[in-house]
Write a protein that binds this ligand. Structure first.
Ligand code: ATR
Length: 275
């Protein structure tokens, strides 16, 4: 029996148990993927319990992605690059931390919106944990440049500074954006602006969008944020956040089972649960 789960606080809202449960069934793998409500003070005990109970692995979500790192035996390069873990693999008591958020996002972007990122000029809105994760993965695709625009300018510049040895990355404030979007090939919103229930909000003025842009939003509830609807009106190619969620889970499942994940079934399961 393959034991899997997701640790978070809160955890009831997580769609991972549903998505992975359906995937395990489709693969014919006996086992379970369970929601695990773990408060920050119990995180160390909970990680030890993975070993004790013989879980093959877990996903880790808010607020544990950074704090969990100190309890693991090994960190994969993906987790080191981002400074956060979302997937743990248990090899007979030896726990390895991975980060599949960034690579999941890039796999989704390439499958659904733009097949080649090499040479692309990318604008990332936001400079938090989500931005850090996807920028690390985007840099492996060899883009021409990444510009980070954030409400707080210092955070954009700090994140850019930390990435500088891996590519051309710079940081500005959101207020400095006008005039900077002309040459952008891919624009990515990593902030929570526009997320349910604040669906009327958008992180930028639609006048800054142009039709040659791919516009991507990490948010998947709603499936089409105001930013994406405005981008679509302007003739942009749009890309929502559902694929990132599906593919970060797909990578995790592939690490745990060694089998290709039923990606389309996983996507459809989430879509059905949202409607
Ligand atoms: P996450 O891990 O989801 O990225 P985070 O680390 O708290 O969460 O980062 C949130 C990001 O969204 C930040 O870039 C934040 O901007 P600040 O650095 O200025 O705080 C951005 N953000 C949140 N609310 C915002 C808003 N109303 N307008 C613009 N940016 C916002």
């Amino acid at each position: 029996e393959l034991l899997l789960g997701v640790m978070g606080d809160p955890i009831a809202q997580s769609k991972s148990p549903l998505m992975h449960g359906v995937a395990l069934q489709a693969l014919g793998i006996p086992g379970a993927y369970v929601p695990l409500h773990v408060t920050p003070d119990k995180l160390g005990d909970a990680i030890q319990a993975i070993r004790t109970l013989g879980f093959r692995g877990v996903n880790v979500t808010i607020p544990h992605k950074v704090a969990v790192m100190e309890y693991l035996d090994r960190l994969d390069e993906s987790a080191v690059a981002v400074g956060a873990v979302n997937t743990i693999v248990n090899d007979e008591g030896r726990l390895t931390g991975y980060n599949t958020d960034g690579i999941g996002y890039v796999r989704s972007l390439k499958a659904e919106a733009i097949s080649e990122l090499s040479g692309a000029r990318i604008l990332v809105i936001g400079a938090g944990g989500a931005a850090r994760g996807i920028i690390a993965a985007l840099l492996r695709e060899n883009p021409a440049s990444i510009l980070i625009a954030n409400r707080t300018r210092d955070k954009a510049q700090e994140l850019a500074e930390q990435c500088r040895d891996k590519g051309r990355v710079s940081g500005i404030s959101l207020d400095e954006m006008p005039g900077k979007t002309e040459d952008v090939d891919v624009l990515i919103n990593t902030t929570s602006v526009g997320m349910y229930p604040h669906m009327e909000a958008s992180p930028l003025d639609p006048l800054l969008l142009h039709e040659r842009m791919v516009v991507s939003d990490l948010i998947y509830n709603p499936l089409h944020t105001r930013l994406l609807l405005e981008a679509q009106e302007r003739g942009c190619t749009i890309h929502g956040g559902l694929g990132m969620f599906v593919y970060q889970g797909a990578y995790a499942l592939e690490y745990w089972t060694g089998r290709p994940a039923p990606v389309e079934l996983m996507r459809q399961t989430i879509l059905d649960s949202l409607s």
